[in-house]
Design a protein around this ligand. Structure first.
Ligand SMILES: [Zn+2]
Ligand SMILES: [Zn+2]
Length: 76
């Protein structure tokens, strides 16, 4: 990937973050949460309790289980 691809990835990452709503309803328990967690595997929002795929019965949990070991920069 050249520099153009990297810049594009950087900006798409920015815009992706911007799309997150300030408030959302947890797709699992229905609780209204401030700054919800987004599950990239099923593309839904969850509260702090249900943010992990195995906590919200993720429809794409297989992909989560087989995900590559992520570097520790994936924090909020
Ligand atoms: Zn919840
Ligand atoms: Zn999920």
């Amino acid at each position: 990937m050249g520099i153009t691809g990297r810049i594009r990835a950087f900006f798409s990452g920015l815009f992706k973050k911007k799309e997150h709503p300030l408030y959302a309803t947890c797709a699992f328990c229905g609780e209204r949460v401030y700054l919800p967690f987004h599950c990239e595997y099923c593309n839904k929002y969850f509260c702090d309790t249900h943010r992990l795929p195995f906590n919200h019965d993720c429809t794409n949990i297989d992909a989560w289980k087989h995900r590559p070991a992520a570097p520790a920069r994936n924090r909020r």
